[in-house]
Ligand binder design. Structure first.
Ligand SMILES: [Zn+2]
Length: 304
């Protein structure tokens, strides 16, 4: 089966599969929409959807592996890469130093900041305003202020220039920019666990509501989002190649239910539901991020 439009898994009940609360249920993206995911179903209540959505999706898109994968794939998935990379902090490097900033419409823009030595770093177009304010406060007349602003415009890059007797500037040239990965965190393992649990629900149907300990513990972990429980283990794997696709595969029940979640072809998780077995046919789902094509198929042969 191949879909070019968004694939939506039909859901027969009006009860949330995580908190078991009554509906109304809302549309849920199995793979976070912030990562380009488009497979949906309606099996979460709005409270679980927003809790899982807000906390986990935000964490997913600042995972350093996700950012690096997206940067590698930026030619193949330019719009998603633009969205993910431009919302993330960058560092601009110049021969005068390095400064934090961000990328907007493909161009680096430094963040304004005051340094301990009394100097200010800011975008060049803002600097003209600051020069005017500083000199006005110091009692300067209009014409020396205009000369100072003109001197800023004409200043050579990377050279210290006096624009007024009390003020010097350096117009940095940004030679290179890089993602600022210093404050990023590896993805919470509950993100792949959530994707895998929802994919299992697509297999299990209403059996996912069974109030047995092995399912209750998984639901509890997704409700509290504090830790992966004794019922789930998430192994982080990686292949050697970035590819513009996401995939989810139910690998079978040997020795317990295992779901593989693969993001950007490269970042992969094997989610073990240590106390669960799920019957029925197994599915594999893939979504090509460059063409938008989704593919779901039954996997016939059990895999060891
Ligand atoms: Zn709920």
């Amino acid at each position: 089966m191949i879909w070019r439009s968004q694939l939506r898994v039909p859901w027969p009940e009006n009860r949330c599969i995580v908190c078991l609360g009554a509906g109304p249920l809302c549309e849920e993206h199995l793979i976070p929409q912030s990562l380009g995911g488009c497979l949906t179903s309606e099996f979460l209540c709005s409270s679980c959807n927003s809790r899982l959505g807000h906390n986990l999706e935000r964490a997913a898109k600042s995972d350093p592996s996700v950012l690096l994968a997206v940067r590698h794939l930026s030619k193949q998935i330019p719009s998603l890469a633009g969205e993910l990379l431009e919302s993330h902090p960058h560092i601009g490097y110049s021969e005068r130093g390095a400064a934090p900033g961000y990328v907007k419409n493909g161009a680096f823009r430094v963040r304004s900041q005051s340094l301990d030595d009394g100097s200010i770093i800011q975008p060049t177009d803002d600097a003209a305003k600051s020069i005017t304010t500083i000199l006005k406060r110091a009692g300067y007349e209009k014409s020396p202020i205009e000369r100072a602003v003109a001197a800023l415009r004409e200043a050579p890059e990377n050279k210290r220039v006096e624009v007024a007797p009390i003020l010097e500037i350096v117009k940095w040239r940004t030679d290179r920019i890089a993602l600022d990965l210093s404050k990023t965190k590896m993805m919470n393992p509950l993100i792949p666990a959530k994707i895998a649990f929802e994919f299992l629900a697509c297999h299990a149907g209403t059996a996912i509501y069974d109030e047995v300990p092995q399912l209750s513990e998984v639901r509890q972990a997704l409700c509290t989002m504090e830790t992966v429980s004794d019922s789930i283990r998430v192994d982080r794997l990686s292949s050697n190649k970035y590819k513009p696709f996401h995939g989810i595969c139910f690998e079978g029940n040997d020795p317990h239910a295992i779901v593989q979640v693969r993001l950007f072809g490269w970042l992969a998780f094997r989610v073990h539901f240590l106390k669960l077995s799920i019957g029925g046919p197994r599915f594999i789902y893939t979504h090509r991020l460059d063409t938008g094509e989704e593919h779901a198929a039954i996997v016939d042969k059990p895999r060891r």
